[in-house]
Design a protein around this ligand. Structure first.
Ligand SMILES: C[S@@+](CC[C@H](N)C(=O)[O-])C[C@H]1O[C@@H](n2cnc3c(N)ncnc32)[C@H](O)[C@@H]1O
Length: 292
């Protein structure tokens, strides 16, 4: 099977129009935050942010498959001593546009730099908003299971009576838990909080993701051969990680220097053998493949 990396230059609002309807399995992106990083790649003022983003999210809704997921990494800034509300306003407007706001993950930045502010503490987390087109979507939960760890040793040893039977949800959701089911298991499902350090190793972009961030969501929401889109590509972290994980990817970037940089480094086409550890790469026009 072949995976591709399609790197495109331009404003994603326009370039997205070139992509087919229902063609992408996962959109994973971090757009410029309002008014931040003016000196590097420009910002949008907080009061214009929602209007700026909606034409992009309309196109994203069109290109995403019904079974697909859109994960938006964003965090509102502080202006005049107050948190802006544009992220909340954006969620409401995107729901009006037809998106379902399925979940919110938190990225806890483990290595957040020290500092002191008169009216708040260090900002150590960002949002990852999950949007879908429909209530049922592709999700490979077993791919992101975590070791049970010490929790099992402590909590599971002291099971209460309700823990030993199915404890019906107190909010009437119909879901319940029977904690004793988890005894003797080595792995558990993770929470919606991801603990990852920001990465200083990627010096190519002032706001690059740590690779572990797209990797975790690509694992959760796609399988090998699927297509991942990052419409605000930057240094291409999403695309490089997708390629390493045998997914096709599309990246869109407005600044020529980032576009050129990614285009030069990424392999445009790669042959993969599903369900083996061997990887094959094209050797150019002679059509032969080499085992890596
Ligand atoms: C927060 S950065 C993304 C960084 C990326 N996640 C990485 O790991 O390098 C946002 C990127 O979006 C680009 N950008 C801003 N407006 C854009 C637009 N309208 N269309 C496409 N790219 C845009 C910026 O130049 C910037 O590189």
């Amino acid at each position: 099977m072949k995976t591709t990396a399609n790197i495109l230059l331009g404003d994603c609002k326009d370039v997205l129009k070139e992509l087919s309807d229902n063609s992408v399995d996962l959109i994973f992106t971090s757009p410029p935050y309002a008014d931040q990083r003016k000196n590097t790649y420009g910002g949008v003022s907080p009061d214009k942010y929602v209007q700026w983003f909606l034409p992009v999210s309309r196109e994203l809704l069109r290109v995403l498959k019904p079974s697909g997921t859109f994960v938006l990494n964003i965090k509102e800034k502080v202006a005049n001593g107050e948190r802006s509300t544009y992220v909340m306003e954006l969620i409401i407007e995107m729901r009006r546009q037809g998106w379902l706001w399925t979940e919110e993950f938190i990225w806890h930045k483990k290595n957040c730099y020290p500092g002191k502010w008169p009216n708040r503490f260090r900002d150590a987390w960002e949002r990852l908003l999950q949007f879908n087109k429909q209530k049922t979507f592709a999700m490979y939960q077993d791919e992101v299971m975590v070791p049970m760890g010490d929790w099992a040793k402590g909590r599971l040893k002291k099971l209460s009576e309700t823990d030993k039977i199915r404890d019906t949800s107190k909010v009437g959701s119909g879901f319940g838990k029977n904690i004793s089911n988890w005894l003797d298991r080595e792995k558990a499902y993770p929470t919606n909080v991801l603990h990852l350090a920001t990465e200083c190793s990627n010096k190519n972009h002032s706001a690059a993701f740590p690779e572990g961030l797209p990797e975790w969501f690509i694992r959760l929401f796609t399988k090998e051969g699927d297509t991942v889109l990052d419409p605000f590509m930057g240094s291409g972290t999403t695309n490089f990680v997708a390629q390493r994980m045998n997914r096709s990817s599309i990246g869109i970037e407005i600044l020529p220097e980032y576009y050129e940089m990614v285009k030069k480094q990424i392999v445009p086409e790669k042959m993969i053998l599903l369900k083996t550890t061997e990887e094959y790469e094209t050797l150019g026009s002679n059509g032969h493949y080499a085992v890596r």
